[in-house]
Design a protein around this ligand. Structure first.
Ligand SMILES: [Zn+2]
Ligand SMILES: [Zn+2]
Length: 312
């Protein structure tokens, strides 16, 4: 069964709090598992969330501030200890190669050769990965930061009613899908267009530590699920500007511009408590009318199904 969901492992910026671990997010997508920004404590949070090192196929680090990467050593060593056999690709800003090497080899352990580095540079990087494409784009932060996006290619869904009406059944369906058209015993020709409808691909984006910038808007364009930092409320917009972060209001603007379907706010400053969550939603509501989730540790957020699929 295909699973497409975000498993939230941690939601705090800068320092962990009693209720929020440092960052950590596993996007499970069919057989792929994109582990974004494993902060300190991610290995144990994975245990609490019921996900294992075997679920990870990518480690994607946005930047090398500690709240986004100090969990890399624990995750890497757990991948080795648990003898994960599949390749685990690791994307991170190429300018932080020194930090990556330190984190990758932080202490003595029986190493693994399944982790393969994919340093990111430039304006746009794409990697095919199983059923999806992973894209990286630069963000704007005091240190080089990249956001990521996962896209499923558009396809077509078969319409059982149309197939039945034309007498296309059994192995004929596979042949129609392979060849695009089919000649029936009575000589008539049936095409894929007759018996299927366009199915837009699903997509999700991950935008951490950034000011408002073109990369953030491009990553969020048209996605079903946007996970985005909203470190501050607007009352602290001077701090947000100074440290290169977003306010909730700005995160809402990015989601509104992109037509995002489900928005997940996270990376909260330690000055806020869970009692402040409605204030984040209120700020987002000034511009964005879609679904808003204020992330908490160990929450699971499904990638919303496309309405075309729900209708089929
Ligand atoms: Zn951060
Ligand atoms: Zn940062």
């Amino acid at each position: 069964m295909s699973v497409r969901e975000l498993v939230v492992l941690g939601t705090s910026s800068a320092v962990p709090t009693r209720h929020r671990n440092h960052n950590g997010y596993l996007l499970r997508w069919d057989g792929e598992g994109f582990l974004f920004d494993p902060g300190e404590g991610t290995q144990r949070q994975m245990l609490h969330a019921g996900v294992s090192a075997h679920d990870v196929t990518w480690i994607c680090v946005t930047h090398f501030h500690g709240d986004h990467c100090l969990g890399v050593p624990g995750v890497v060593q757990r991948i080795a200890r648990d003898k994960v056999a599949h390749e685990v690709r690791a994307a991170y800003p190429a300018s932080g190669e020194t930090y990556w090497r330190r984190l990758r080899n932080a202490s003595a352990f029986a190493d693994t050769d399944v982790i393969t580095p994919r340093p990111v540079s430039g304006e746009l990087t794409r990697w095919p990965s199983g059923p999806v494409t992973l894209t990286a784009r630069p963000l704007s932060h005091p240190v080089q930061s990249y956001g990521y996006r996962v896209d499923e290619p558009a396809g077509r869904r078969m319409l059982p009613g149309e197939l039945a009406r034309r007498g296309v059944r059994g192995p004929m369906i596979g042949e129609l899908q392979r060849r695009g058209s089919l000649t029936l015993p009575d000589g008539s020709v049936v095409t894929m267009e007759d018996c299927s409808a366009p199915r837009p691909g699903q997509s999700a984006a991950f935008v951490m530590d950034t000011r408002l910038c073109d990369g953030a808007f491009a990553l969020a364009e048209g996605v079903d699920l946007l996970v985005i930092e909203s470190t501050f409320l607007s009352g602290e917009s001077a701090l947000a500007a100074q440290y290169g972060h977003l306010t909730a209001e700005q995160a809402g603007r990015i989601a509104a511009a992109g037509g995002v379907r489900r928005l997940v706010l996270t990376h909260f400053s330690e000055r806020y408590t869970t009692a402040d969550e409605p204030r984040f939603v209120d700020e987002v509501r000034k511009t964005y009318s879609g679904e808003v989730v204020t992330a908490r540790d160990l929450m699971r957020v499904p990638v919303p199904r496309r309405s075309a699929e729900a209708g089929g």
